[in-house]
Design a protein around this ligand. Structure first.
Ligand SMILES: [Zn+2]
Length: 250
C-alpha cells in the first residue's frame, strides 16, 4: 500500500476503529514511515485539542490506552516487536510534547495566515468586493451592528494617505468578522477584525508581527479581546501605518 492509501486510514487508526489486522499492519508501516507518523501525530493532536478544549495539559488517557493496546496486540514472539511498539509509542509521545508539534504549529500558523491572504485576494477579485460601499466610517461601522457579536472603532483618516472603500462580512477560522477595505495610492489593504481565541490566540502573537505570505505583507495583533489583521501588496510601511491608526482608534 502507498503512503497515500495509508493516510486515508489514519483517522480511523487514531480512533482504533480499523480491523485488528489492519491496525497491526498500520503500526508496522508507521514504525518505518516518518511522513505517516507525522500525519498521525497531527491527527491525534487535533482530536486531543478538540476533545480536551478547556482542559489544557491534562493527560490523554485514550492515547495511552491505544498505545498499550497496540503493544499488547503484538504477539510476544521476539523482543524486537516490543522494541518497535515502544519506538512507535516514543515517537508519538515525543511528537505530542515537542519535536513534531513545533513544526506543525508553524505549518498551522502559515495555513491560518494563507487563509487570511486568500480572503483578501478573493474579495478584491470579486465583482463587488464590498457589501457596504462608503468612504465614511460613520456609515460603515453601524452597518456591522447586529451582524457581529462585538463592536470596534475605525480610525479617522484625515491627514493620512489612506481612504476607506467599504466593508463586508468575512468568515475566518469559522468565526464571523468585519472585513474593511482601504486604499493607499494604487494599492488596496484589507483589515480583518474578529473575536480573538481558538487558533488565533494559540498560533498568533499578541503584539503586531509582520509576515510575508506570497507577495503580500501581513501583520496581526490582539487587543481588547479582538484579533486584527492587515493584509496588502502595499509596502510594509503602509501596512504598519494603517495598523497603528487602528490601534490608536481602539
Ligand atoms: Zn507512509
Amino acid at each position: 500500500m502507498t503512503c497515500e492509501a495509508w493516510q486515508t486510514k489514519l483517522d480511523a487508526y487514531a480512533d482504533a476503529e480499523l480491523p485488528a489486522e489492519t491496525m497491526r499492519s498500520m503500526a508496522e508501516h508507521l514504525s518505518g514511515c516518518p511522513a505517516c507518523t507525522a500525519e498521525l501525530v497531527q491527527i491525534i493532536q487535533q482530536k486531543r485539542v478538540t476533545a480536551l478544549a478547556g482542559k489544557r495539559y491534562s493527560a490523554p488517557p485514550e492515547l495511552r490506552a491505544r498505545i498499550r493496546q497496540q503493544i499488547e496486540a503484538k504477539p510476544a514472539r521476539g523482543g524486537w516487536q516490543w522494541a518497535l511498539g515502544l519506538a512507535l509509542a516514543a515517537v508519538v509521545v515525543i511528537g505530542l510534547g515537542l519535536a513534531i508539534v513545533l513544526p506543525s504549529r508553524t505549518a498551522a500558523r502559515n495555513r491560518l495566515i494563507a487563509g487570511v491572504v486568500d480572503s483578501h485576494i478573493t474579495a478584491l477579485a470579486s465583482a463587488s468586493p464590498v457589501d457596504v460601499v462608503s468612504t465614511d466610517r460613520h456609515t460603515v461601522k453601524p452597518w456591522f451592528a447586529g451582524k457581529l457579536p462585538f463592536t470596534f472603532n475605525l480610525p479617522e483618516l484625515g491627514g493620512s494617505p489612506f481612504t476607506l472603500d467599504g466593508g463586508r462580512m468575512v468568515y475566518l477560522d469559522s468565526r464571523p468578522g468585519a472585513h474593511l477595505i482601504y486604499g493607499v495610492r494604487k494599492h488596496h489593504l484589507s483589515v480583518f477584525i474578529l473575536q480573538d481565541g481558538g487558533d488565533f490566540s494559540r498560533l498568533l502573537p499578541t503584539a503586531a508581527e509582520p509576515w510575508r505570505s506570497l507577495s503580500f505583507n501581513v501583520t496581526s495583533w490582539s487587543a481588547g479581546g479582538l484579533r486584527y489583521f492587515v493584509v496588502s501588496d502595499a509596502a510594509p510601511e503602509d501596512v504598519s501605518a494603517l495598523a497603528e491608526l487602528l490601534k490608536r482608534a481602539n
